[in-house]
Design a protein around this ligand. Structure first.
Ligand code: GLA
Length: 393
């Protein structure tokens, strides 16, 4: 068994053991949903632009069984088996204490609002996705719960609808105005590939990742702070820019330079808009570069993306900028390093030739600790398949 299958099997067995012990009968369905890393296209999804994420081999696993009543009971293995329960027929409200429980409650409420007929369910959840790191542990949780309802209640629901319901639950119940990228990547991921997603039409195109390239994720272990408020603020600024430019979304603005933007927009909003407009185009360009195996072009565009996030979108932090600098210096500027995810901490993603990996890891481990007294966590990831049932055979 390869490592990924082994870790997935271990998570699955853990949920099954807890299920049997706590509920007194065996589960019926085992479902997984993966994390994602975004290779390019940051804060472009809610501007109807392009993104290029891939699902990765970190997972949320859910063991579930259908109940004959309307009660949903949930146990979270990662939170010392904390538990929650709610009734599907009794107006679902946010949990008074456990933020994790709101993802399950929010998803159930949103499924009901989409006229899906749900019965109660007993659930155990476990996962190995680093939390607060910008790798979408929450989207994976939403997707895994929707998949569990879909398979235990035999819902008619397609992959895009799963992603949309997950996003709505997060927007309307949890309170983060995220775009569609994370849920869609977790649902539609494809082994060995990134997904070029058009966030307006939700069309996806699988882009094969070259065999000689490694996806390396470096976690700064700076937990993202203020992420919801700053994220929602960026979103408002982008909408303001679109309104002032008289377009439906920033996706509809092409090739405007900063001077042009400044004549229509206040200075800070102009910088936000420049990031989004250039980032969406870079995403298309990286996808094309990967397709024609122009790896140095892809890496150079990833480096540009980081600068754009740092200078125009103001979402990087010093620790993240330091990691990017160490990768650039130790790889001879071909590490393809950039911050990934919503920002304000979290991870750097790199796309680099496999033979560079060990020298870059050594440099990051040493220099990051020396300069910050923090320890970086480094994950060598595989682009993986999207959510589905787990088979242990
Ligand atoms: C978070 C959101 C996504 C996306 C990214 C930034 O991960 O959930 O929808 O906006 O930030 O690219």
């Amino acid at each position: 068994m390869d490592n990924t299958k082994l870790e997935l099997a271990q998570l699955a067995q853990l949920t099954q053991r807890i299920f049997l012990k706590c509920y007194g009968y065996p589960d019926e369905k085992l479902v997984q949903a993966p994390a994602r890393v975004n290779l390019l296209g940051e804060h472009t999804d809610y501007n109807d632009g392009f993104v290029l994420p891939c699902a990765i081999n970190f997972y949320v696993v859910v063991a579930a069984a259908r109940r004959s009543d309307k009660l949903v009971r949930v146990i979270a293995a990662n939170y010392q088996n904390q538990s929650d329960q709610f009734d599907l027929d009794e107006g679902i409200l946010p949990h008074p204490r456990y933020p994790w429980a709101n993802y399950i409650r929010g998803v159930a409420k949103t499924l009901l609002s989409h006229d899906k007929i749900l019965t109660g369910m007993d659930i155990v959840i476990a996962g190995n996705i680093p939390q607060g790191a910008g790798l979408s542990s929450s989207a994976a949780l939403e997707v895994a719960i929707i998949q569990s309802f879909a398979s235990t209640c035999q819902l008619c629901i397609d992959r895009k609808e799963i992603a949309i319901i997950g996003q709505q639950a997060e927007n309307q119940f949890v309170g983060c105005q995220c775009g569609i990228m994370d849920q869609l990547a977790s649902v539609e991921g494809l082994r060995g590939h990134a997904l070029l997603i058009d966030c307006r039409s939700l069309e996806t195109k699988a882009i094969k990742l070259p065999d000689n390239m490694q996806i390396l994720i470096i976690n700064s272990n700076v937990r993202r702070e203020l992420v919801n408020s700053e994220y929602n603020l960026r979103r408002q600024q982008c909408h303001e820019a679109a309104r002032l430019l008289n377009v439906e979304a920033l996706r509809d603005v092409t090739a405007m330079n900063l001077d042009d933007l400044r004549t229509h927009l206040p200075q800070q909003v102009a910088r936000r808009a420049r990031h989004v407009i250039s980032e969406s185009q870079r995403t298309l360009d990286v996808a094309e570069a990967l397709e024609v195996l122009d790896l140095s072009k892809a890496q150079a565009l990833m480096a540009e993306s980081h600068l754009s996030m740092r200078e125009d979108f103001d979402i990087t932090v010093p620790e993240i900028d330091l990691i990017v600098k160490i990768v650039n210096e130790s790889s001879g500027n071909i590490g393809g390093a950039r911050m990934t995810g919503g920002g304000f901490g979290g991870c750097v993603v790199c796309l680099m030739q496999k033979e560079l990996v060990s020298q870059v890891c050594m440099a990051v481990e040493k220099l990051y600790r020396e300069k910050t007294t923090r320890t970086a966590s480094i994950y060598k990831c595989l682009a993986s398949d999207g959510a589905g049932e787990v088979s242990l055979t």
